[in-house]
Write a protein that binds this ligand. Structure first.
Ligand SMILES: *[C@@H]1O[C@H](CO)[C@@H](O)[C@H](O)[C@H]1NC(C)=O
Ligand SMILES: *[C@@H]1O[C@H](CO)[C@@H](O)[C@H](O)[C@H]1NC(C)=O
Length: 271
């Protein structure tokens, strides 16, 4: 019984005694280079001199082999690695971190505010990119313009003018490389063609049309047209009945009420 108990205790303690350890060589690599991960022990296991090792990446089983050769290593290989002896998976080694450096990937430009850019307004372009170590240098270019426009992650164009129209892109750079974004087209809308201005313009036109149609009810009154013709071309006797009647119309405010044009009366003093 005592011997069995000792065996059980030993079998539990053996992984500790073996000193399982992950070695990452080199610990920091650049994407595309090669890296070796080995699981090593400080002594041999008497009941299992050639153990099978199990590898864990970020806590999940990945493969069974003595060593991992990652060649070429990719950014997705970065993570925490540990190993264990098959049959003693509950006692893995300590984790070692594999760091993979890479130049900027998927560089892109975003624009704020989005939507139509009106002359005189301001716009900010922001460059983003995935890189390790992080991007330390951003450069802004405009297509067909050789010299850079600006540097820094964000590029603001204030008081924009139509000449600012064009395609903009950024270059993201870190110690491992650089990558240009695809170009973003900036269209500057003239103030005259903006939606707001167009709407205001339409409203003004409609208002003018309404005013003109109100006015026309005065000039459209046949008696108004007849009167000046008669006074100038016929030269009537000031004492004649016709003249008096017409004269009365222009002088007497009651005439309006009598002639009866109720829909125009209050809107135009010519009616
Ligand atoms: C850049 O120049 C080329 C050739 O002159 C022309 O075809 C292209 O439209 C220009 N691009 C811009 C954004 O002005
Ligand atoms: C990004 O664009 C600039 C300007 O056109 C150019 O000098 C540079 O070589 C480009 N970089 C890459 C990585 O293509």
């Amino acid at each position: 019984y005592c011997k069995r108990l000792l065996n059980d205790i030993l079998s539990v303690l053996i992984p500790f005694h073996l000193g399982l350890q992950v070695k990452v060589t080199p610990a920091t690599v650049t994407e595309g280079q090669k890296v070796t991960l080995s699981c090593s022990t400080t002594c041999t296991l008497s009941d299992n001199p050639n153990p099978t090792y199990i590898w864990y990446k970020n806590g999940h089983v990945t493969t069974q082999s003595n060593s991992l050769f990652l060649n070429p290593v990719s950014s997705e290989d970065a993570g925490r690695y540990s190993c264990a002896v098959e049959g003693h998976e509950d006692l893995p080694s300590a984790e070692e971190t594999l760091t993979v450096r890479y130049g900027p990937k998927s560089t892109s430009v975003s624009v704020s505010p989005s939507g139509e850019i009106v002359e005189g307004s301001s716009v900010t372009l922001t460059c983003s990119s995935d890189a390790n170590p992080p991007v330390d240098k951003y450069t802004w270019y405009k297509k067909n313009v050789t010299s850079p426009k600006a540097s820094g992650q964000s590029y603001s164009i204030t008081n924009i003018i139509s000449e600012d129209r064009g395609e903009y892109y950024c270059e993201a750079q870190n110690g491992r490389g650089s990558r240009n974004s695809t170009a973003l087209m900036i269209i500057v809308a003239g103030k005259q063609t903006s939606v707001l201005t167009t709407a205001v313009g339409i409203i003004v036109v409609v208002l003018v049309l309404i005013l003109v149609s109100l006015d026309s009810c005065g000039s459209g009154d046949p008696q108004e047209e007849v009167m000046p013709q008669q006074t100038h071309s016929v030269h009537p006797d000031p004492n004649s009945d016709t003249y008096t009647a017409l004269n009365m119309k222009t002088r007497s405010p009651e005439y309006d009420t009598l002639a009866g044009l109720p829909h125009c009366h209050s809107l135009s003093d010519r009616c």
